[in-house]
Design a protein around this ligand. Structure first.
Ligand SMILES: O=C(CO)[C@H](O)[C@H](O)COP(=O)(O)O
Length: 212
């Protein structure tokens, strides 16, 4: 699975810690980690939590990523912004139990974590335990297991509800504030990572056109 990491500006100083923790768990399990930044607080391209959400929508709807790991100070802003995108089901995950239950019950495609609130001593151990609960083994098996079928049904109903309430990603890209969109894809490694992995020609053509 391709896992994209997106870090918000207020938390950019922790980017290496988060990236190393994610790679240490996910890569030995056979996943690829694509770090879309930010990388340091001094980066020229700065991502707000709103841009994190928009970028999450781009990566998941284009197939450039299968799963997004993001966050902000509280985790709330990035979660809300991500969930405003079509096809994105982002959980607010604070601890390994959240990660396990989100994986087994909701089986979404993104998580948002708080990297400021409650982020103290041994925070990297919490991150690693969260990633292990999410990326080791199969998701969507239900908890408790005897509720698995009804949980799967409700995930499908939620997906249909989102399809009815959201516009498609290309329309979102064409109608959103174009400066916000340009800023969301301005990361120094965006072009290398995205265009090599994007599976949607219309989205990739539109985004290439913006930087032309
Ligand atoms: O947690 C957040 C949003 O939910 C933000 O990270 C927090 O509000 C910090 O943002 P700012 O850049 O305004 O200092």
């Amino acid at each position: 699975m391709k896992i994209a990491l997106i870090i918000e500006n207020s938390q950019a100083a922790k980017a290496s810690l988060v990236h190393e923790s994610l790679a240490a768990v996910a890569e030995p399990l056979g996943h690829e980690v694509h770090h879309y930044g930010m990388y340091t607080p001094e980066d020229k391209a700065s991502l707000t939590y709103v841009m994190n959400g928009l970028l999450t929508g781009i990566l998941l709807n284009s197939g450039a990523a299968d799963f997004v790991v993001t966050g902000c100070g509280t985790g709330m802003g990035s979660m809300l912004a991500a969930n405003s995108m079509p096809g994105v089901f982002c959980g607010l995950v604070i601890d390994p139990t959240d990660a396990f239950l989100f994986g087994q019950i909701n089986d979404g495609n993104a998580i948002s974590m708080p990297y400021s609130k409650g982020f103290g001593w041994a925070a990297e151990l919490n991150l690693q335990d969260v990633y292990r609960k999410l990326f080791d083994g199969e998701r969507g098996l239900g908890y408790p297991k005897e509720r698995a079928a009804i949980m799967k049904t409700n995930r499908g109903i939620l997906k249909s509800l989102k399809e009815a309430s959201c516009r498609d990603m290309l329309t979102v890209l064409k109608t959103v504030d174009q400066d916000l969109l340009k800023a969301a894809i301005a990361g120094e490694k965006f072009a290398d990572l995205f265009y090599a992995n994007c599976k949607d020609e219309a989205i990739s053509d539109y985004l290439r056109g913006l930087s032309a």
